[in-house]
Design a protein around this ligand. Structure first.
Ligand code: HBI
Length: 99
């Protein structure tokens, strides 16, 4: 099942509600850099986020260097941003704790 792409208006609305995430210039993905105090914290976050991603059947493109995790979210099946990306973004914010 291919999810519906969000309109640019809806992307603007949704991203206003997830201010720590940046919409890429082409409007097709969300990006956020998470910084933690240690590799242990970063990897703990990744473990929690991975379980959330698996539940949602929606998976991040991400990389980790020591205590930094860079994340990019897009819906490959649809070729851009869908509700699922914002749902996973919120789940990742929650997994990171703090704000
Ligand atoms: N994760 N981010 C993202 N985007 C997808 O399109 C996607 C996914 N995880 C699983 C998935 N698609 C599957 O539905 C297909 O690869 C079969």
């Amino acid at each position: 099942m291919r999810d519906e792409l969000l309109t640019p208006e809806r992307v603007a609305e949704m991203s206003a509600a997830s201010p720590r995430w940046n919409v890429s210039d082409d409007g097709r993905s969300l990006q956020r850099t998470f910084k933690f105090g240690s590799f242990r914290q970063a990897f703990g976050f990744m473990t929690q986020a991975a379980l959330a991603a698996e539940k949602l059947d929606h998976h991040p493109e991400w990389s980790n260097v020591y205590s930094t995790v860079e994340v990019r979210l897009t819906t490959h099946d649809s070729g851009g941003l869908t509700e699922r990306d914002f749902t996973l973004a919120r789940a990742m914010d929650k997994a990171a704790g703090g704000d």
